[in-house]
Ligand binder design. Structure first.
Ligand SMILES: *Cc1c(COP(=O)(O)O)cnc(C)c1O
Length: 383
């Protein structure tokens, strides 16, 4: 299915997402668009015929929605999802007209004209939103595209079952609405043994049959791996495209997408008993060699995230607390003088995955990615 049409998006400067030069930055975030494309192809290959969208909310999970959209378009992807209207407007400006952009959280009341002007499709989550879009369509004098979301058992977004039943009995409820998809979202797709998945799927089946006939969409990244009965007409992966493991109980079937490196700002040698960092939470047992790197919680590196950096395969443990703009590493395992000012150590890469870093912090890869800050030099490769 993959075609390389290049789809007429405005050409991107390879580093258009970057505001900081490599020399000026404390850290370098390398984003492999080729790996994102390969991940899209891998997901598509599992779908046996269903279409595959790209979820680009939170600026493409922190990696650059416009750059990711362009890369996915080269694989033939022409349906994108964002969370907010503002994200949709920005993405439409960046990629131009052509692909469908759906707004998952629905349109805030009164914003319908703005969505229409930007050529965006709402995901309609309530009867009130349905009425507002129907009236927008009437005013526009033509039918307008939308997705209808039903809540099959997550209690987050979408029409509740009772609301679906009410709307289904209302004459003309969908007048002027071009229903592109009826969709729902799974609460526990990353837990394949959970009966909740099948329960949601059956409830989705029931609810969508109450609505006008339209293509269906249920699976996020993990949902794709629950089996073909979850695929329907359109899958909506996000995390897996960005290299987060959609099957946390098994080896990661996706390619890693990012590499995060930080610059050494300074090195020093200290003697036994020296207190290290804020609160002196660490005291040297004996002489140590230390390196301070220019990356901290101000860059989205949680104070409790992974506790080591890597250099040429050698693990360099953090010592003391993570600061806003710096972290102190014990580099005693390296030969003296091997690591100096300006050298790069790795925080995320072959030695430590996004999921590894997240696991240490008691969080998920999604949060590690979307937390990555604005101070890095961003380098796009493989586009
Ligand atoms: C975020 C989201 C997705 C994508 O989920 P992943 O787990 O990142 O694949 C799909 N559908 C909806 C409704 C979402 O909110």
């Amino acid at each position: 299915m993959s075609d390389d049409t290049g789809r007429g998006f405005p050409a991107h400067d390879a580093n258009s997402g970057s505001t900081v030069s490599e020399a000026a930055a404390g850290g370098i975030l390398t984003i492999d668009l080729g790996a994102i494309r390969e991940n899209y192809r891998r997901l598509k290959a599992r779908l046996s015929g269903a279409r595959c969208a790209g979820v680009l909310k939170a600026d493409g999970y922190g990696l650059g929605a416009a750059q990711v959209a362009s890369a996915l378009a080269k694989e033939g992807c022409d349906i994108f999802f964002v969370a907010l209207l503002g994200e949709g407007i920005a993405l439409r400006k960046a990629i131009g007209h052509g692909p469908d952009i759906f707004v998952l959280n629905g349109l805030p009341p009164g914003s319908e004209a703005e969505a229409l002007a930007a050529g965006l499709c709402p995901v309609i989550n309530s009867a009130v939103q349905l009425k507002a879009w129907r009236e927008t369509a009437r005013g526009a004098g033509r039918s307008l595209p939308a997705a209808i979301q039903v809540d099959s058992g997550m209690a987050r977004l979408g029409m509740a079952p009772a609301e679906v039943e009410t709307v289904a009995c209302e004459a003309g409820a969908f007048d002027g609405i071009d229903i592109r998809f009826v969709m729902s979202h799974l609460a526990r797709a990353d837990e394949p043994q959970q009966a909740a998945n099948e329960k949601q799927r059956l409830e989705f089946e029931r609810l969508r049959k109450l609505l006008p006939l339209a293509p269906a969409s249920l699976a996020n990244s993990s949902g794709i791996f629950l089996g073909p009965e979850y695929h329907y007409d359109l899958a909506r992966p996000g995390a897996a495209l960005y290299g987060v493991n959609p099957t946390p109980h098994a080896p990661n079937p996706m390619l890693p997408v990012i590499r995060l490196q930080a610059k050494v700002a300074q090195t020093r040698e200290i003697g036994a008993g020296t207190g290290i960092g804020y609160g002196h939470t660490h005291q040297a047992d004996g002489p140590l060699r230390l390196a301070t790197i220019s990356l901290g919680y101000g860059d989205g590196w949680h104070r409790r995230a992974a506790s080591a950096a890597w250099f040429e395969g050698v693990r360099l443990p953090f010592v003391g607390r993570v600061s806003m703009d710096s972290i102190i590493l014990d580099i005693s395992a390296l030969p003296a003088g091997r690591l100096g000012e300006g050298d790069l150590v790795e925080l995320i890469g072959p030695s430590q995955s996004v999921d590894d870093a997240a696991g240490h912090a008691g969080t998920i890869g999604y949060e590690v990615l979307t937390s990555l800050g604005a101070r890095f030099h961003r380098r796009y490769i493989g586009g």
